[in-house]
Design a protein around this ligand. Structure first.
Ligand code: HSE
Length: 393
């Protein structure tokens, strides 16, 4: 018999409402006792007495044994999560920034308090990748985990490449559909997929790498020339995070746009869908596909975590226990496309080889091999207007 859960929910936005829609169709032996929201004046679809702006209504209520945290503000989410875990409540969160930034400490608190923090909804919406990394691949040697981890930027790229929409129109639509973060720079700048990558890396390789130490470059500098380049070569552009083991001893992590051809599994992942490509020593290549953003898909992952708590499920962080002794590295050679204006940048970046070069008055690019370290060192130059960098297959 499953345990009865009494829930307190922080937030009632896109994901909160999506989750509620799903819960109300089922008989799950759980009750939502209180919602804590930020804006008391907003009209809600549920009785007013269920809502309060006072976090203590959840955190200090001994009847509430499960906290569901679905708010935007990572700092407040962190405070609520820590307080809840320390008072013996289990927590389900979809806040990727909060989890990625504080994962090591949150893991320790779970161990000290015997509580459980689950966050499937934080990574790739409806795709159950965390549970699979924990349970299914626990004894696998993972060569890499990569894919499309951000629905909004993938939606924008799909609209640009398939429907010739403008970047701004597509971004606005992604916001209207509730896919984008409140600050969409997090999506298009590659921060959101970076948070997800840090969480994935922890479950895949047993490493806690702070997001600030992971390179992220987004799609915000993409322009017509890059799109034309891609179309002429038969490529699409995707924003691709990568976690990869190298030299049997190190792990490389970064988020970069990537030009990919038809032979790549990610080529047909369109709109807000996400895809996770796992390359493993024994299972070989596997591909997970599904909606990466939106109230119902993300709500379904959150619900799966909530219902898992009825059976006392917790992550065991198995890869951390294995003491694989992997270390984090940024010494890794990439094949890249670089559109630039100032020739000085080419010298600074220290290409180890150049395979293609185009030089016209209004469009210059090189394709060649470059070390990730050099990209990181010259990030300020790369992030300037007139420059676009992408990995190329
Ligand atoms: N803004 C995120 C995305 C929401 O577009 O993927 C889901 O995490």
């Amino acid at each position: 018999m499953s345990k009865k859960l009494t829930l307190g929910m922080f937030g009632f936005g896109v994901v909160g409402q999506g989750l509620y829609d799903i819960i109300k169709t089922k008989n799950l032996n759980l009750e939502i006792k209180k919602f804590v929201i930020k804006n008391a004046d907003k009209k809600r679809s549920l009785p007013a007495e269920l809502f309060t702006t006072d976090p203590a209504a959840i955190l200090d209520d001994p009847e509430i044994n499960t906290v569901v945290e679905l708010i935007d503000d990572a700092e407040a989410a962190y405070q609520f999560t820590v307080t809840a875990l320390k008072s013996g409540k289990n927590v389900v969160s979809a806040n990727k920034k909060m989890i990625a930034t504080h994962l090591e400490e949150l893991t320790e608190i779970q161990q000290q308090t015997g509580t459980s923090l689950l966050y499937e909804g934080a990574v790739c919406g409806s795709i159950p990748i965390i549970r699979n990394l924990e349970e299914y691949y626990d004894n696998e040697l993972l060569h890499s985990v990569s894919g499309i981890f951000n629905g909004s930027s993938n939606y924008i790229l799909s609209k640009i490449f398939n429907e010739n929409q403008s970047y701004d129109t597509a971004l606005k639509k992604a916001q209207e559909l509730g896919f984008a973060e409140t600050d969409p720079t997090l999506d298009v700048g590659g921060y959101d997929p970076k948070y997800k990558l840090a969480i994935v890396a922890s479950h895949a390789y047993g490493l806690y790498i702070k997001p600030d130490n992971i390179l992220n470059i987004g799609i915000d500098k993409l322009d017509q020339q890059d799109i034309r380049f891609a179309k002429e070569k038969g490529y699409k552009l995707k924003l691709v995070p990568l976690a990869k083991e190298i030299n049997n001893a190190q792990v490389v992590l970064y988020v970069l746009p990537k030009f990919i051809g038809k032979d790549n599994m990610l080529y047909n992942v369109e709109n807000e869908n996400n895809g996770v490509l796992v390359k493993a020593a024994f299972a070989d290549e596997q591909f997970f596909y599904g909606k990466g953003a939106g109230g119902h898909p993300t709500g379904s992952a959150v619900l799966s975590d909530i219902t898992a708590l009825r059976y006392d499920y917790r992550y065991e962080y198995k890869k951390h226990l294995e003491a694989q002794e992997l270390s984090y590295s940024t010494d890794y050679e990439l094949n890249i496309y670089l559109r630039y204006e100032d020739d000085v940048l080419i010298n600074k970046l220290n290409f180890s080889s150049i395979s293609e070069r185009y030089y016209a008055d209004n469009f210059k690019y090189v394709i060649g091999k470059i070390n990730l370290k050099h990209i990181i060192t010259h990030l300020n130059d790369i992030k300037k207007d007139g420059v676009f960098i992408a990995e190329i297959a």
